[in-house]
Design a protein around this ligand. Structure first.
Ligand code: ZN
Length: 143
């Protein structure tokens, strides 16, 4: 953890000098919209998954091959829901962070995350430096 880094160092263009309240308010509005859209998209997907589940009642499928297919699809739907549930939590947390002003700052080192990175990954809580360190650690443990 390197606390010497100023907000924006390595994470925003060199001319970055912090943002004024007006721009921040504008961006807050923008990202609020982005997060809402993400959530709506997710809920729509989840709903579709549920609808598809209902058509996959194993009792309606007579032979073994169809049962195997049903199991496969149900497994898929279940995994998808797990992933969606996790993402939904992240979106809600991001919305909370946005409202209380934590959204712009790295959860780990406190650095400015940057609008570019947040546009690409609206639910991220880490700056690019901490994220790559985390990925590095995860790779190290996986091996
Ligand atoms: Zn960081």
């Amino acid at each position: 953890m390197d606390r010497k880094l100023e907000p924006g160092a390595n994470r925003e263009p060199p001319e970055f000098e912090g943002v004024g309240e007006e721009l921040l308010a504008e961006k807050k509005e923008l990202f609020r919209g982005i997060l809402q859209k993400e959530k709506q998209k997710l809920l729509k997907n989840a709903q579709r998954t549920l609808t598809e589940d209902m058509t996959l009642d194993p009792d309606d499928l007579p032979d073994e091959m169809d049962l195997a297919t049903a199991d496969y699809h149900q497994g898929l739907a279940f995994r998808l829901r797990g992933r969606e549930r996790l993402l939904l939590e992240k979106i809600d947390q991001a919305s909370e962070r946005l409202e209380n002003g934590d959204y712009w700052w790295c959860d780990s080192c406190g650095a400015w995350i940057g609008f570019n990175r947040l546009s690409a990954r609206p639910v991220t809580t880490l700056c690019i430096v901490c994220k790559s360190q985390q990925e590095h650690r995860e790779r190290a443990y996986a091996d």
